[in-house]
Design a protein around this ligand. Structure first.
Ligand SMILES: [Fe+2]
Ligand SMILES: [Fe+2]
Length: 238
């Protein structure tokens, strides 16, 4: 079994919102994505999608695109939240409506393929937080950090029960600063996860995304535009 990842699909939603402001590579990006997906992903693969999935602003609005995603190749697609997931609904409802889609928030176990997910939106990292809204922004970051620790603490037995290579972290915002300094989010992640995928940065901002390995955890930047709208292989032979 392989695990692949691609974030920030930014499907246009019923308002047909584009990503053109981030450059010409976003033109007709859904066509490119579908073509690449069908070429790369096979029926036994798991695909991680760490946030910013569609511009839809309600679950009803998101339904057509979620159905499209459900119909693409892949045994399981794990969706987690970014900063645009206003359409997110009750997990039980969303999972009942789809065959291959799973919706992860915090700890999420997928026993049929023997992997665990630690999913978190993340936030702007403390060193980057400036201006008069500083206190409120720091609070947002701290809440994310706290939620992640709560997920680990409440599921420590399950996380420890599988090899590190079978625990995957999905964070929407970059959890590592651009110079490679880990944020607090790294600590709960590195305890149990061999791989962490993240996205959120687009266009020129993507240059600041740090990728690499720290304390045995590899960080993969998988914002769709930065990986050419091709799902990237994160792990194989699982
Ligand atoms: Fe995004
Ligand atoms: Fe984002």
């Amino acid at each position: 079994m392989r695990v692949l990842a691609i974030g920030d699909l930014h499907l246009p939603g019923p308002q047909n919102k584009t990503m053109d402001e981030f450059g010409p590579k976003w033109r007709e990006h859904v066509h490119a994505l579908e073509k690449n997906w069908r070429e790369i992903v096979s029926g036994n693969d798991v695909v991680l999608i760490p946030g910013d999935i569609t511009w839809a602003s309600s679950y009803d609005e998101a339904k057509a695109e979620l159905r499209w995603l459900d119909g693409l190749p892949g045994r399981i697609k794990v969706l987690s939240r970014g900063n645009h997931e206003y359409w997110w609904n009750r997990v039980e409802r969303m999972e009942a409506d789809h065959k291959t889609l799973r919706f992860a928030n915090g700890f999420y176990s997928i026993p049929e393929v023997g992997i665990n997910i630690l999913a978190c939106v993340g936030y702007t990292l403390p060193r980057m937080i400036r201006g008069e809204r500083r206190a409120a922004e720091l609070e947002n970051y701290c809440r994310q950090l706290q939620n992640l620790w709560t997920s680990v603490r409440s599921h420590v037995e399950a996380l420890a029960a599988v090899p590190r290579a079978r625990n995957f972290a999905m964070v929407h915002y970059p959890p590592i600063e651009s110079d490679g300094t880990p944020s607090g989010l790294h600590e709960p992640i590195r305890l149990y996860c061999a791989d962490c995928v993240f996205g959120h940065l687009h266009g020129e901002q993507g240059r600041t995304a740090w990728t690499g390995r720290i304390n045995g955890t590899t960080y993969h930047f998988v914002a769709a535009d930065w990986i050419g709208f091709k799902p990237a292989v994160i792990a194989e032979n699982l």
